[in-house]
Design a protein around this ligand. Sequence first.
Ligand code: S3P
Length: 431
Amino acid sequence: MTTAIVAPGRPLHGRLIVPGDKSISHRAVMLGGIARGETVVRNFLPSDDCRRTVAALRAMGRTIGELEIDGRPALRITGDDGVLREPDDVVDCGNSGTTLRLLTGLVAGRPMCTVLTGDASLRRRPMARVVDPLRAMGAQIVGREEGRYAPLAVSGRRLKGAVTRLPMASAQVKSALLLAGVSAEGRTTVIEPSRSRDHTERMLQAFGVAVRVEEHTVSLDGPALLTATDVDVPGDLSSAAFLIAAALLVPGSEIVIERVGVNPTRTGLLDVLEAMGAPVRLDNRREVCGEPVADVVVRAAPLRGVRVAGQLIPRLIDEFPILCVLAACAEGETVIDEAQELRVKESDRIRVMVEQLGRMGVAIEERPAGVRIVGPQRIRPGTADSRGDHRVAMAMAIAALRADGPSTMADVECVATSFPGFFPLLEMAQA
Ligand code: S3P
């Protein structure tokens, strides 16, 4: 188990670049893999999760070359005719829910048998949310506990488009259904209670598929053909969030994070930071391959508590761990509510953040669908354990910057799930 020692924070300075967006990298590999022609993916995120998607598409017959463009990692995907072949072994999705859930939809309507599994954390995560609506489209899927948990075995069948009303806002479920819809007969419609990240919709359009979006309803007509196009992946705002928090919390800091994705379905944290009084500014706004991008400018400042619930939650779902750290350092009460989805992420993030911040002297009240935190609280140097969850590991490392002595972070190799190079970059920013 790898540990990291985090010293009390020194001011962060400079222009920083965070790795490519995880959600967009996964989708670029999948859509490139089923498109006709060659797709080049610039600024691909070479994290453990995204590598699982690359390995899966290779096992399904795609040729995917790894290269460097402008000093950043890139991929060349040869889609040929866009036809996948049956993998000759089980596809191991590791820790990646996005890989497993989206691939379940991607293969459900193709004439092949695919068995998908993952690590212990992924095998505990709910799969009925994708399996049930896919079955309603005609998919044949078996799995543990009647398909509620992976491993899942998908025996490809002719699918029929259907209307699915999701009980929760989930981009993974929505995307699985849209990817199934690509090979289904007729119209596939997904209705969400509130809008989750829309990278799949945007990228399908870039690959030439007509996608209709009206409020919380997305639909497409199948079968649809994808035509290869190049993708330039913006920096991941969910990774930038840790550096933004570090700059806010360490007095004297001022940084610019260049070329970060600021898709409005992902910027809930920026809205919350504004309400907390944080001086965060977006400069140089532009669009890259259908995704809004900007440079994020942030400097240290005192924060005030805030209430976070409702439609904001899906727009900052991955930022909960770092938001707990910010709230602990803010003046007054922060309440995060209606975030029950956090219980079924890579870990039960509500329980684990309460537990781990508790080990560093921070009192948080655990609630069924969120937390209540009254700050500012003193963060004591100590030992925190990620419990194998990459975002917990990084959030606790940022908390440790506020302690008045060195802290030990246990089980940090999981940061490679989404942010390879996190610790060296954090060091470099403080040099
Ligand atoms: C993701 C969707 C979200 C998010 C995850 C990535 C995606 O999950 O938490 O990190 O790429 O579609 P849910 O769809 O389960 O909310």
